[in-house]
Design a protein around this ligand. Structure first.
Ligand code: IPM
Ligand code: MG
Length: 358
């Protein structure tokens, strides 16, 4: 059976990091006979420029027909003044919701080689390995009504709606409990149940689900406290499950604990295991085109794809090992560079990882 992968490089540094990921994947594909097939498509600003939409019909058809999607990043200054519906970010949100990719896995793992790149003291983060499970297709990101309206007194008012139905909470809850079972069996549900009814229900359902996973130790934390705990004592966490908006914010904070947001991959899965894989970082327009972006997050996203959608864990491990070898060889892109290391470009990092594939 062939395995179809839609490749959407997107904007900013997207094409540069995707080129390296594809280089790695092509080598592995022929080394291990993985029978992967690729088709490129446009998303975000790149798609808007070509088709006038950040998620055009061609791309919708492509991702629906694919078994997995690899995505670079979307967004950039050029498109910031467009109306919200046409902005690059809408392409990404459209993709997530069209494919029902409700379960977003965002691991934050500290590579021992990078302990000094973290903004926290090495002893606070050494050995850090946590997983944020972010609900990705609901909450305030998608809730209706939303918009900017004119009030009777003539002033404008912006409004959004935070909503979660029981079934939405249950499915992300099951997803997170199952992941916790395969790890250290600790799940922390993050909410704002002291203020928001929407997350009061969230807490109730998470508590109820615990009965199906008696081996998992469930705790609850308010999001403000969770933000504090993440930078105070991050190793207390194993798996965190949270809403779309809170997960967006906490995952950036967690990423930085590991030294660079340029290191971290993510998976967005639907009920059947079909998935979209992308780095956690954005399109970084400030460094786009300079050849200095770190391709590791995208390359590790490829590893997640092989593992979660195609069950090719051996191939996934080969990639992860190759990344480790490149780091052990002291190769560093500028975001993770420290004195005494060898500063390399995006392309050179891709080459170093390929060298470690054997
Ligand atoms: C992310 C990003 C997106 C989000 C943006 C680009 C729409 O920040 O994947 O975390 O808010 O979900
Ligand atoms: Mg984000």
């Amino acid at each position: 059976m062939t395995k179809k992968i839609a490749v959407l490089a997107g904007d900013g540094i997207g094409p540069e990091i995707m080129a390296e990921a594809m280089k790695v994947l092509n080598v592995l594909n022929s080394q291990m006979n993985l029978e992967l097939e690729f088709e490129n498509g446009l998303i975000g600003g790149a798609a808007y420029d070509e088709y006038g939409s950040p998620f055009p019909q061609q791309t919708i058809d492509l991702v629906k027909a694919a078994d997995a999607i690899l995505l670079g990043a979307v967004g950039g200054k050029k498109w910031e003044s467009l109306e919200i519906a046409l902005r690059p970010e809408k392409g990404l949100l459209g993709l997530r919701s069209t494919l029902n990719l409700f379960s977003n896995l965002r691991p934050a793992i500290l590579y021992p080689q990078l302990a000094n790149a973290s903004s926290l003291k090495a002893e606070l983060v050494s050995g850090l390995d946590l997983m944020i499970v972010r609900e990705l297709t609901g909450g305030i990101y998608f809730g209706q009504p939303r918009g900017i309206r004119l009030l009777e007194n003539g002033e404008r008012q912006g409004f959004n709606t935070a909503v979660y139905s029981e079934s939405e909470i249950r499915r992300i809850g099951h997803s997170a409990f199952k992941i916790a079972q395969k790890r250290n069996k600790k799940l922390c549900s993050v909410d704002k149940a002291n203020v928001l009814e929407c997350t009061e229900l969230w807490r109730e359902i998470m508590t109820e689900l615990n009965q199906y996973y008696p081996d998992v130790e469930l705790s609850h934390m308010y999001v403000d406290n969770a933000a504090m705990q993440l930078v105070r004592a991050p190793k207390q966490f194993d798996v965190i499950v949270t809403s779309n908006l809170f997960g967006d914010i906490l995952s950036d904070a967690a990423a930085m604990l590991t030294g660079s947001i340029g290191m971290l991959p993510s998976a967005s899965l639907n009920e059947t295991g079909k998935g979209m894989y992308e780095p956690i970082h954005g399109s970084a327009p400030d460094i786009a085109g300079k050849g200095i972006a770190n391709p590791i997050a995208t390359i590790l996203s490829v590893a997640m794809m092989l593992r979660y959608t195609f069950n090719l864990s051996e191939a996934a491990e080969r990639i992860e090992l190759a990344v480790n070898r490149a780091l052990n060889a002291n190769k560093r892109t500028s975001d993770i560079y420290s004195e005494g290391m060898i500063k390399v470009s995006t392309v050179e990092m891709g080459d170093a990882i390929i060298a470690g594939l054997n």
